[in-house]
Design a protein around this ligand. Structure first.
Ligand SMILES: C[S@@+](CC[C@H](N)C(=O)[O-])C[C@H]1O[C@@H](n2cnc3c(N)ncnc32)[C@H](O)[C@@H]1O
Length: 272
């Protein structure tokens, strides 16, 4: 599969030129103009803006599905409504329990799926993402969720708990005052994808080409441990080594994913 350059050109569907120029200016993309459809453009991948929002599109005759951030429908909606609530492993990893909803900083935000789950459970989540293409998809997904939330009070509640920064996690941590320290820091850096299956694999290949292997991820752990009030939780693929070679205090093993928890002090019984 031909992989995209890390700087993907942005194109707009008919009528979305003005909006696309604003996105290009905000995120530093090259805006190439309007086009009829993404498939015939002369790049292996493009950023595409139309009435469905912003997405990364593969071109050519049999393109893979769009990569976009969608909190309103699809798997985010399904998990929000039927996903197991606070008994989910990710909830336990960050310390959610009866009367405990820690304030979380997700320093490796990606497309915000984990952050959305944590906000659905009632946590306030600050999402930090440094890659402009991923950050733009995230910002677009959050904006569309906020729009859909006008007719959906439950969704409005969730989106009101999510804020985001386009920043490097290392720098963002260094900028915090003592009063701004999060209760919990959540980390899910990129890890070489080993699963073989179709769409997930292709999406991850594009993601990995865009953001690389997060080579500085190991250093994020000691910095997070110095800033979090109660704990740092790290998501790893099952079988992956510990982040920074640092042994966790608690491990939650899943089938394909593991959560390594680094407790700093006991989370109070009433924390919101
Ligand atoms: C595996 S993805 C995270 C997926 C995310 N947990 C989700 O649910 O969508 C890792 C992301 O972390 C971002 N990232 C890695 N290190 C970072 C850092 N130091 N600061 C900000 N973003 C970082 C990468 O750009 C990438 O988008």
């Amino acid at each position: 599969m031909a992989l995209p350059d890390t700087h993907i050109p942005l194109f707009a569907g008919k009528g979305f030129e003005e909006q696309a120029s604003a996105v290009a200016a905000a995120f530093g993309f090259l805006f190439e103009g309007e086009a009829a459809e993404p498939q015939h453009l002369d790049y292996p991948f493009v950023l595409w803006l139309d009435d469905t929002g912003l997405s990364v599109r593969q071109t050519g005759r049999r393109p893979m599905g769009p990569i976009r951030c969608d909190f309103v429908a699809g798997s985010a909606r399904h998990r929000r409504l039927y996903g197991g609530g606070k008994s989910q492993a990710v909830a336990k990893a960050v310390g959610v329990r009866e009367r405990v909803r820690p304030c979380i900083a997700d320093l490796t935000g990606g497309l915000g799926s984990d952050a959305f789950v944590l906000a659905s459970l009632g946590c306030r989540v600050t999402v930090v993402e440094r890659h402009p293409v991923i950050a733009a998809l995230l910002a677009d997904g959050l904006a569309r969720a906020a729009e859909a939330a006008r007719g959906d009070p439950a969704l409005a509640d969730i989106t009101s708990r999510i804020s985001y920064f386009i920043a490097d996690g290392h720098e963002w941590l260094a900028s915090l005052t003592d009063a701004e320290r999060p209760d919990v820091i959540y980390l899910d850096p990129m890890f070489p994808e080993r699963r073989k299956s179709a769409q997930v694999n292709k999406t991850m290949q594009v993601f990995q080409h865009l953001v690389g292997a997060d080579a500085d991820a190991d250093e994020l752990l000691p910095k997070s441990l110095a800033v979090a009030r109660y704990r740092v939780a790290v998501k790893r693929p099952a079988g992956a080594p510990w982040l920074g070679n640092e042994k966790p205090g608690l491990v939650m093993e899943g089938k394909s994913v593991r959560y390594d928890v680094y407790p700093l002090q006991k989370i109070p019984d009433d924390l919101r």
